[in-house]
Write a protein that binds this ligand. Structure first.
Ligand SMILES: NC(=O)c1ccc[n+]([C@@H]2O[C@H](COP(=O)([O-])OP(=O)(O)OC[C@H]3O[C@@H](n4cnc5c(N)ncnc54)[C@H](O)[C@@H]3O)[C@@H](O)[C@H]2O)c1
Length: 281
């Protein structure tokens, strides 16, 4: 028995979206995937709609009769403020505004470590710390988190905010502590759809890494999420390629390269992110 009739996934054409589509399609009768970029092949119970979430009318039409929203669509880098404003601030506002209109009770939101990226990497932070964004991108995720909290407090829309650290292949010393495996991402998202009472919670989207510098006990206990992977298994491979003892300039702060990037300039190009999007056959 599938639990949901209709799940809407935003950012479905993106890298993380490509890993979420199949597991989400298994728990719903119909998966509606949306993005402003094309998606390619769709799954048997998936419908794709190309749209920009900055347009409220289009968002609102798509969200009719939806049970659950997985909101991953965003400008996912530091960059021009206007881009971040439209996709991450206005777009996210449109999702929650329409959720309320359509009586949708739960949203799973991809936030980011960059909402707290200016904390020092050698202190361990938990879900209660104040925001300390490292970029306009991080600041837009602070807006999304506060928006979600407000809609929970005032309107009863539940939200799991996932402050994702680095959901990408391990290619640096920093990512030995910040890595989130695709399997653990899926575990977090799927578990958040199963839990009966969610309310508003913040979880750090990170695997169970030996060098972890965030305290995730609150959410993992409350949500009964079993996070399994550990980036340490990549250590030997990395040692051959880089001097593991040497920190990079951004490594002082949790936000890594974003913490030292110029505002409104690309922060990702220095990060060697491998675009290993999952293909649908
Ligand atoms: N990958 C990571 O390590 C990481 C870390 C922290 C946070 N996140 C967050 O997770 C989410 C997914 O990240 P990703 O790595 O897959 O990024 P991505 O850039 O690959 O995917 C984001 C998708 O959102 C779409 N999008 C952007 N603006 C849109 C708009 N206005 N209307 C409709 N679609 C729009 C893009 O076309 C893209 O397909 C993002 O919200 C990102 O901020 C990711």
């Amino acid at each position: 028995m599938k639990k949901y009739n209709k799940i809407v996934l935003t950012g479905a054409s993106g890298r993380l979206g490509s890993y979420l589509r199949e597991p989400l399609s298994k728990i719903t009768k119909k998966l509606v995937s949306i993005d402003k970029e094309d998606i390619g092949k769709t799954l048997h119970n998936e419908v794709f709609k190309k749209l920009n979430i900055k347009n409220f009318k289009e968002v609102n039409k798509i969200l009719k009769k939806t049970d659950l929203i997985i909101h991953f669509g965003a400008y996912s880098n530091e960059g021009p403020f206007q881009e971040i404003l439209e996709s991450n601030i206005l777009g996210t506002y449109n999702i929650w505004k329409s959720a309320k209109k359509n009586k949708i009770k739960r949203i799973i939101f991809a936030s980011s470590i960059h909402s707290v990226g200016m904390y020092r990497a050698n202190e361990t932070i938990n879900h209660k710390v104040m925001h300390k964004p490292d970029t306009f991108y991080g600041l837009s995720k602070c807006f999304g988190e506060n928006l979600a909290q407000m809609y929970w407090d005032k309107c009863g829309i539940e939200c799991l905010t996932i402050r994702i650290l680095s959901c990408a292949k391990v290619t640096s010393k920093r990512s030995l502590s910040t890595w989130l495996s695709y399997d653990d991402l899926i575990r977090i998202v799927i578990q958040s759809t199963k839990i009966k009472k969610l309310g508003f919670e913040i979880i750090y989207g990170v695997s169970n890494n030996k060098r972890l510098n965030v305290d995730n006990t609150n959410a993992t206990k409350k949500l009964k999420i079993n996070i399994k992977d550990n980036a340490e298994k990549f250590l030997n491979k990395l040692v051959q390629k880089l001097d593991i003892k040497k920190d990079k300039p951004g490594d002082k702060y949790l936000g890594g390269p974003f913490s030292i990037a110029k505002l409104e300039s690309d922060a990702m190009s220095s990060m060697k992110i491998i675009n290993d999007k999952k293909k649908i056959n």
